[in-house]
Design a protein around this ligand. Structure first.
Ligand code: NCD
Ligand code: ZN
Length: 352
């Protein structure tokens, strides 16, 4: 059978995205706003987005940073703290500002120091979210210091996620950026229909060897960290299976090159410039190109109860290089995931 040369998809959404603020927001936004129609925007700014007013203001800054005529809807999230008032979440959700709330275990990742120290502390907030049908987005990693960094996700499932799901039997939960076969199996085994998971391009494409190829590779460092090959293969199986509980979430997380190439480099990969092309590459390798649209453009919207997008995007089979750097006005740069490498698919520019 002849290989597909052009792939036109219903416009996809990114269900997990870091856009940052100010000049970084300005530099990175266009890479997501084309091709993605909507994105769940992570609230881990400094200070974090914890109130309806802060989320409204952040949404306005994102919309102001869009080029004229670009159709992109940022879906805002609340950063859950131990003391987040349940009423703030209710008001934000009912007023159409908060699409979801994000649970960062305190200390688990970049800018998570104001996160949740125990589920018990946010029980009232979770009860309210459960009654509203407001999704809880979970960074699923144990922060217990004795837990090995590669085991943190699996331990979190046993220690925290299972009890949380039992305590809140109707709460909608997304396990964000899953990285292990344990997470893939856990979500697959759920029969309640209220559990979903996002999967990033990097966890589908690379195993943890990428961190150490010929030396230490800071641009392959993100959290949760890349895992062993068996985990990557399990993620590829579920992502390409057609199972509606798994959907696209890039976790594109820009950091300045200088802050990644450092003695204590930041976690996060800026994959927005190539994310859709990467997913297409993976789905094609798995013989599942016909399932890409469901993963990218259907499953997430259905989980969130949102309408499907109307427009389309087109990928062409044409080798294209990911840019080496995205420049900021002051001369500093962000090095994208796979910057300088060539991918087999090129994203067509947006039609006017
Ligand atoms: C994210 C960031 O930089 O904000 N980093 C990352 O490695 N993914 C935070 C996160 O999603 O964990
Ligand atoms: Zn993230």
């Amino acid at each position: 059978m002849a290989a597909t040369d052009a792939l036109t998809l219903r416009r996809p959404d990114d269900w997990h995205l870091h856009l940052r603020d100010a000049e970084i927001l300005q530099a990175v936004l266009a890479h997501s706003a084309h091709p993605f129609a909507r994105a769940i925007v992570m609230p881990n700014l400094k200070p974090p987005v914890t109130t309806v007013a802060a989320a409204r203001a952040y949404r306005a800054r994102i919309l102001a940073a869009l080029a004229p005529g670009v159709d992109f809807t940022p879906l805002m999230t609340a950063y859950l703290c131990d003391d987040t008032p349940a009423d703030e979440l209710r008001r934000g959700f009912e007023e159409g500002v908060f699409a979801a709330a994000k649970l960062y275990p305190a200390g688990a990742t970049t800018h998570s120091e104001f996160g949740v120290t125990s589920t018990a502390r946010v029980a009232r907030a979770l009860e309210t979210m459960q009654s509203l049908g407001m999704p809880l987005l979970v960074h699923g990693e144990s922060t217990r210091p004795e837990v090995d960094v590669f085991d943190r996700e699996a331990v979190f499932i046993d220690d925290t996620l299972q009890p949380l799901l039992a305590d809140f039997p109707a709460l909608k939960v997304v396990m964000e950026h899953i990285t292990t076969l344990q997470a893939a199996a856990f979500v697959s085994a759920d029969a309640s229909g209220r559990l979903g998971a996002t999967i990033t391009p990097q966890h589908l494409m690379f195993n943890r060897n990428a961190l150490f190829t010929g030396g230490i590779r800071p641009h392959f460092y993100c959290l949760p960290v890349l895992k062993a090959e068996r985990h990557r293969l399990a993620l590829r199986r579920v992502a390409t299976s057609g199972d509606p509980r798994f959907f696209l979430g890039t976790d594109s997380a820009p950091h300045l090159r200088a802050l990644k190439e450092a003695a204590c480099g930041c976690a996060g990969m800026f994959n927005a410039p190539s994310a859709l092309q990467c997913y297409a590459t993976v789905f094609e390798e798995e013989g599942a190109l016909d399932r890409l649209e469901a993963f990218a453009s259907v499953h997430g919207a259905r989980f969130y109860g949102l309408p499907l997008n109307q427009g389309t995007v087109t990928l062409r089979r044409q080798p294209a290089m990911v840019p080496q750097d995205v420049r900021l006005p002051g001369g500093s740069a962000i090095h994208p995931f796979l910057g300088g490498s060539t991918l087999p698919w090129r994203l067509e520019p947006a039609a006017d």
